[in-house]
Design a protein. Structure first.
Length: 169
């Protein structure tokens, strides 16, 4: 993994400036820029040329992975990104920023709450999923389970997660 760190930090800073302020009562606690660079590069590498769904993405990792690729900081990343989030501000910010990236990567965002059933159009539609849920301080971890279940439901039967598990055996 080699890339220009200054270019990476500047690219991620663009995403951070687009992100709405976190709402603490919803356990929204955002990552710092340096951590986002590391996470976005990892996500881009793992999901290279894949269709990926982000179940919740207040941090902006979906846009960060895409923006690193579009800005030629890295030469890999997801083929398409779908963000499902309950916060309309996040959905709107992803749509707004995503428009700038559409020529290189397909990005969509939809209003969705994991407490509800996964909409049929998202069921088994993706190669992999990414979650960074609120860790459930107020609900004994139930939110982690809900995010994981929704992400699992959104992946195809033979998903990237399946292939990574089988490779490690």
């Amino acid at each position: 993994m080699e890339f220009d760190l200054r270019k990476a930090i500047n690219a991620i800073s663009d995403v951070v400036q687009n992100r709405p302020a976190p709402i603490r009562e919803f356990d929204q606690i955002y990552m710092k820029v340096a951590d986002m660079v590391i996470q976005a590069e990892y996500v881009a590498r793992v999901f290279n040329n894949k269709d990926v769904v982000f179940v919740g993405d207040g941090d902006g990792i979906a846009l960060s992975a895409a923006h690193l690729k579009v800005q030629n900081v890295i030469n890999y990343g997801p083929k398409s990104i779908t963000v499902l989030d309950f916060d309309e501000r996040i959905v709107n910010s992803v749509r707004r920023f995503g428009e700038k990236l559409q020529s290189k990567i397909e990005i969509s965002a939809h209003l969705y709450n994991v407490a509800e059933a996964l909409p049929p159009e998202h069921f088994a539609a993706y190669d992999g999923f990414h979650i960074n849920p609120p860790w459930g301080a107020s609900n004994d971890g139930e939110s982690v389970i809900a995010f994981f279940e929704r992400g699992s439901q959104a992946t195809k039967e033979k998903s990237l997660c399946d292939s990574l598990i089988s490779e490690s055996r």
